[in-house]
Design a protein around this ligand. Structure first.
Ligand code: HEM
Length: 456
């Protein structure tokens, strides 16, 4: 495809950019992200540049798996400033999501163990209990949005995994406050107002958000102090205790401020994303009765392969995070373009996942395709890739499997409306705009869906 308008940056030309102003591009991206990306793909093909308000340079969006592999496997590539701009006010400057180079790798080494293999089995009962409690509270015969209910489940799971199983008024308040903080930042409108006003005003939505965040901070720091005082700290298996007792190579550990940032990161990254992935999976399943029937049959037969395929297919067709970019440390070849070091480049995850050359009938929800063979690992990137690939990916898929098995085992659900769910933006996610309203037709008592433990 011939570039209509290439952009010159340093010595290299960037792929073409739509002729709309940065304001128009930002608004299109904020309110109709899929239509915006599809339009750019139709006009410019595999790679194009976009310009968002508040960013001094364009961002190049790519969707060719070869280029994505080259981008992600060059570990010297850094982060583009977008991540800091949106996330730093919430997760803090020491967050593993935002650090780079040796500092980043040291945190990953410390933070990965709780999210892998056998460790995760310990969370299985926690997830099942959280789902059962939720399902028991759902009204029969009345519509309710399943996205919000999945948020309640995943928040409960991550809070318990992070802090251990103890209950108390502080955890109760923390649960409530965290949900509010996320709600405050959810709509693109509040985000845009926040970006525009936060430097100039002590009032308005951003100031309220900051107040709530300070309250959450105080609670997190109080939890940390309480944990430090526990005589059984070294024996505890909650994530906070593990982070407190873990040591970097030089023998030091994380201080309280940093612990706060990593906790906030895990609570944020591990909660909204997984809930959104689950809401989309329910939306797709309830809109595709044949797939749902096959999944139910396979679960009843004690099989797990189709469940895994369903989750892969859902995260392909409805990726929760749209972009996971890098700032180039070295030049990158993308088709005819040699992108210079310093360029901000990001895989457009949904565009990659809906390429007809990688996925026949790319817009069809067909878990069977995952039984027929696996695509190139850089053709399926809901969790990003390389040294920054999602730290909680295994945990998220594990949690999704348990929730789906448990809910489908106990509930007969249908969509409240046959209209297809639209994609909206919530925080940094692409989520079901109306929250996927469903109706619970019937419910079996807790216990009937409890399966054999599954491999992690
Ligand atoms: C379906 C659920 C989830 C999705 C779709 C998702 C997606 C992502 C993506 C796209 C990234 C950026 C990767 C990159 O830049 O290459 C990321 C990073 C991260 N995620 Fe997840 N995530 C999910 C669940 C979780 C969970 C459950 C946790 C932890 C409890 C978690 C913790 C993190 C952390 C700490 C990072 C930063 C990694 C780094 O920069 O080294 N995520 N996730």
């Amino acid at each position: 495809m011939t570039p209509i308008r290439g952009i010159l940056i340093g010595m290299g030309a960037l792929p073409p950019e739509p002729g709309w102003s940065p304001l128009s591009q930002t608004l299109r991206w904020s309110f109709r992200p899929l239509a915006f990306m599809a339009e750019c793909r139709r006009r410019y093909g595999d790679a194009f540049s976009v310009r968002f308000l508040g960013f001094s340079r364009p961002m190049v969006l790519i969707s060719d798996p070869g280029a994505i592999r080259a981008l992600y496997t060059e570990s010297a590539n850094g982060l583009p400033p977008g991540r800091n701009l949106v996330l730093e006010p919430i997760v803090g400057p020491r967050s593993v999501l935002l650090l780079e180079g040796a500092e980043h790798l040291a945190r990953r080494r410390l933070m990965l163990p709780p999210f892998h293999g056998e460790r995760m089995r310990a969370y299985e009962a926690t997830v099942r209990t959280a789902v059962d409690r939720e399902v028991d509270s759902w009204p029969l015969g009345e519509p309710f949005p399943i996205h919000a209910r999945m948020q309640a489940v995943t928040l409960e799971v991550i809070l318990r995994a992070v802090f251990g199983v103890h209950e108390g008024p502080r955890l109760e308040r923390l649960r409530e406050r965290l949900a509010t903080v996320l709600e405050e930042t959810a709509s693109p409108r509040v985000q845009l107002v926040g970006l525009a006003t936060r430097r100039f005003s002590g009032r308005g939505p951003y100031a309220r958000f900051e107040r709530q965040l300070r309250e959450v901070d105080e609670m997190l720091l109080a939890e940390i102090a309480e944990h430090r005082a526990r005589p059984d700290l070294a024996e505890r298996d909650d994530i906070l205790a593990m982070l407190m007792t873990a040591r970097f190579e030089d023998g030091t550990g994380m201080d309280d401020r940093e612990l706060r940032d990593q906790l906030m990161t895990l609570l944020l990254a591990g909660h909204e994303t997984t809930a959104t992935g689950l809401a989309w999976t329910f939306d797709l399943l309830l809109s595709h009765p044949a797939v749902l029937a096959r999944l139910r049959d396979s679960l009843a037969a004690g099989e797990e392969e189709y469940l895994r395929a369903t989750i892969s297919e859902s995260l392909r067709l409805r990726p929760v995070i749209p972009l996971a970019g890098r700032r180039l440390a070295v030049p990158l070849r993308v088709g005819d373009y040699e992108l210079p070091a310093g360029t901000d480049v990001t895989p457009a995850i949904w565009l990659t996942h809906t390429r007809g050359d990688l996925y026949p009938e790319p817009f069809a929800f067909r878990p069977e395709r995952w039984l027929e063979g696996k695509p190139d690992s850089y053709a399926w990137i809901p969790f990003g890739g390389g040294v920054r690939r999602c730290l909680g990916a295994t945990f998220a898929e594990f949690e999704m499997r348990i929730v789906l098995r448990q809910v489908l085992g106990r509930c007969d659900l249908r969509k409240a409306s046959p209209a297809p769910e639209q994609t909206g933006r919530r925080n940094i996610t692409l989520s079901p705009k109306d929250g996927t309203p469903v109706v619970l037709e019937s419910r079996a008592p807790a216990g009937v869906a409890d399966p054999q433990p599954s491999p992690a």
